[in-house]
Design a protein around this ligand. Structure first.
Ligand code: 5GP
Length: 183
């Protein structure tokens, strides 16, 4: 398979991802049988995952999006998260499923789960394509987890480095020389 020159190795192939997304969609459809789902995609990283996931969900599903910026622990010890784009719709009484690309320190998801739970939804669950548990700072319960991965910086299938590589169909480990160049 052709590997992008900035990437060290392929972590998850298109086939690996496709198969897991089908499984996640099937499980979510079973768990939400008889209910309507409100899928909340976290921009921009979860966009491609969300698009594939919802086409494997068979219960009625509405879509909405949020964009957040996370400063992480290196910049602010509080791990401040800021909402850049809020939902268009109210989630009061809705079964909300947050769809995220990756849970790393857990700061972003901790904030988002708390924020959405305070809006009076019927339920809030989390579906994350990737989980990097070795870097966790705050605990996060992931209801639907695609893959658990080691502590390496990955790009592709929606995940970026400086807004690049989102369009790669696989998930790849980025070569450290790429971020050294950007420093
Ligand atoms: P957390 O608040 O859990 O540390 O941050 C989650 C966010 O950090 C993700 O939504 C993603 O934007 C970014 N992130 C964490 N690890 C990676 C990674 O390996 N690759 C990319 N592209 N982004 C990552």
């Amino acid at each position: 398979m052709e590997i992008h020159p900035d990437c060290e190795r392929i972590l998850l192939s298109e086939g690996d991802i496709r198969k897991r997304v089908v499984e996640l969609g099937r499980q979510i459809s079973l768990d939400y049988a008889g209910k309507e789902l409100m899928a909340v995609g976290i921009l921009k990283g979860a966009m491609i995952f969300l698009a594939d996931l919802v086409r494997n969900i068979t219960v009625p599903t509405r879509l909405d999006f949020m964009a957040v910026s996370s400063y992480g622990l290196s910049a602010y010890s509080s791990g401040e998260v800021r909402i850049l784009k809020d939902l268009d719709q109210s989630v009061e009484g809705c079964h909300v499923l947050i769809v995220e690309d990756i849970v790393d320190t857990g700061l972003t998801l901790n904030y988002l789960l708390g924020n959405l739970k305070s809006r009076g939804p019927a339920s809030v669950k989390l579906c994350a394509l990737l989980d990097k548990p070795s870097r966790r700072v705050l605990p996060v319960e992931i209801d639907y987890n695609g893959f658990t991965i080691p502590d390496e910086f990955v790009v592709g299938y929606g995940l970026d480095y400086n807004e690049r590589y989102r369009n790669l169909p696989q998930i790849m480990v980025l070569s450290p020389r790429v971020y050294k160049k950007g420093e």
